[in-house]
Design a protein around this ligand. Structure first.
Ligand code: TZP
Ligand code: MG
Length: 211
C-alpha cells in the first residue's frame, strides 16, 4: 500500500543556516515560494532554547497551515505541539517514539543503510529520509551517498514516501523526483539563498514539472 504524504518541498531550517536573518522570516519567505512542510533542526541548542524557537516558529506556520516537524528531540516535539518528529538512524528508534508519543502525526526516519528498509523502525515510520542523495557541506558525518541509482533502488523496494535530502537544488530537483522521490528536503539552497522565496519557487516549479 502506498502511504499518504502530500508534501513536495520540505524545508529543514536552523538559525545557523539562515545566515543572520531571523529564522521565522526565512521560513515565511520559503512558504510563499512553495515550501509545504518545515523541520526545525537545532543540533546544538539546549532543550529550552530549542523549545522557544519551536513555539515561535509554530506560531508563524499555523497562519499558513504548514506542519512543523522537530528534529530528534521528543520533549520539544511534544511541548511545541509539533505535527511530528524526524529521527536519524542513531537517534531514538521510531518504535520507541510511537510508544511514548501517541499524538505524533508524522514520524520521519533517515535511511543510511539498505538493511534498514526491512526493519520494524521503517515499518512504523510515515516517511523515509534518503540521506544523503549527494555530498553536502551541511552534514558531513554521513555514511552512504545514495545518488540517483541508490534512490531508484530504494524506490523499487519500498512504497513508503521517500524524502530526498543532501544537496537538493533547482538544478537537480527534476531528476531526483524522476528517480523516485516524493518530496525534496532542502537546507542551504533555500535558507542560504539571497532570496529564499525565489529559490523555493524555482525548486518547486522543477518538482511540479516532474510529477
Ligand atoms: N541529512 C542528510 S543531508 C542533510 C541532512 C540534515 C543536510 C542537507 O543540507 P543541504 O544544504 O540541503 O545539502
Ligand atoms: Mg539526528
Amino acid at each position: 500500500m502506498k502511504h499518504v504524504f502530500p508534501y513536495r518541498l520540505y524545508l529543514v531550517i536552523s538559525e545557523e543556516a539562515c545566515k543572520g536573518r531571523p529564522l521565522n522570516d526565512v521560513a515565511e519567505m520559503a512558504i510563499r515560494g512553495g515550501v509545504d512542510i518545515i523541520q526545525l533542526r537545532e543540533k546544538f541548542d539546549d532543550t529550552e532554547t530549542f523549545l522557544q524557537k519551536a513555539i515561535s516558529l509554530q506560531n508563524v506556520l499555523r497562519k499558513y497551515n504548514v506542519p512543523l516537524i522537530i528534529n530528534d528531540n521528543l520533549e520539544v516535539a511534544k511541548r511545541s505541539n509539533a505535527y511530528g518528529i524526524h529521527v536519524g538512524n542513531s537517534d531514538s528508534p521510531p518504535t520507541a517514539i510511537r510508544e511514548s508519543w501517541a499524538a505524533c502525526q508524522c514520524l520521519g526516519y533517515s535511511i543510511e543503510y539498505l538493511k534498514q528498509l526491512v526493519n520494524k523502525e521503517t515499518l512504523t515510520s510515515d516517511y523515509l529520509g534518503i540521506s544523503p542523495i549527494f555530498d553536502t557541506l551541511t552534514k558531513q558525518d554521513t555514511v552512504t551517498q545514495w545518488g540517483l541509482a541508490g534512490l531508484r533502488q530504494i524506490r523499487s523496494i519500498t512504497e513508503k514516501p521517500l524524502v530526498a535530502i543532501g544537496n537538493m537544488n533547482a538544478q537537480n530537483a527534476y531528476d531526483v523526483m524522476k528517480a523516485g522521490a516524493d518530496c525534496l528536503a532542502v537546507v542551504s539552497a533555500i535558507c542560504g539563498a539571497a532570496n529564499p522565496e525565489k529559490a523555493a519557487r524555482e525548486i518547486r516549479s522543477n518538482i511540479e514539472r516532474a510529477i
